[in-house]
Design a protein around this ligand. Structure first.
Ligand code: AMP
Length: 187
């Protein structure tokens, strides 16, 4: 079962990805987490990525495509993955589709989290005060939302052509949203 979670920053993908990962028993892979760990470790990958992350821009595909392939090729991912934070643009979607099909697999389901922009900004401000992420400043948040709208949202259409997209209401309690995710994945 290969599932993509799509949604703007703050839409709840990370939290819901963790819940879904334990209920389905497949790992959640989050490129944002991998990049932040690389920055914290002072790794070369992190050095290349940090300035883009701090500006709220996408890290270039020459860095990301290798990372995606490496993660999808890992033994834990063989039975399926929950993709959180990627693909984030058409080139990454092509890479994911191509990699999976080379293994006789495919993207089985895309769950897109619908949350209004006003609510996303409020959540981001709340998260900035609790998590202290360096890319949760008002300017960066605005930029990340714009990048999402322009580069990532078109992927909904890409996967709608295959009829595998469920758009769910991302507002409400964690349990309420988790129930919608579960229903979408089972549909
Ligand atoms: P996230 O935790 O998914 O919100 O990602 C935080 C930041 O990491 C993003 O604003 C991007 O700068 C970078 N990033 C994460 N995943 C990707 C990706 N798939 N492609 C490009 N940049 C990414």
């Amino acid at each position: 079962m290969n599932i993509i979670l799509l949604g703007a920053p703050g839409s709840g993908k990370g939290t819901q990805g963790e819940i879904l990962s334990s209920s389905l028993g497949v790992p959640r892979i989050a490129t944002g987490d991998v990049l932040r760990a690389a920055v914290a470790a002072g790794a070369r990958l992190g050095e290349k990525a940090q300035r883009f992350m701090d500006r709220g821009e996408l890290v270039p595909d020459d860095v990301i495509l290798g990372l995606i392939r490496e993660k999808l090729a890992s033994p834990e991912a063989a039975k399926g993955v929950i993709m959180d934070g990627f693909p984030r643009n058409p080139a990454q979607a092509t890479a994911v589709d191509g990699f999976l099909s080379s293994r006789g697999a495919r993207v089985d389901q895309v769950v897109s989290f619908d949350v209004s922009e006003g609510e996303l900004v409020l959540r981001a401000i709340g998260r900035a005060s609790t998590e202290g992420r360096s890319d949760d400043t008002p300017d960066t948040i605005r930029k990340r939302l714009e990048v999402y709208r322009e580069q990532t949202q078109p992927l909904i259409e890409h996967y709608q052509k295959r009829n595998i997209v469920s758009i769910i209401d991302g507002t409400g309690t964690i349990d309420e949203v988790a129930k919608r995710v579960e229903d979408a994945v089972q549909s």
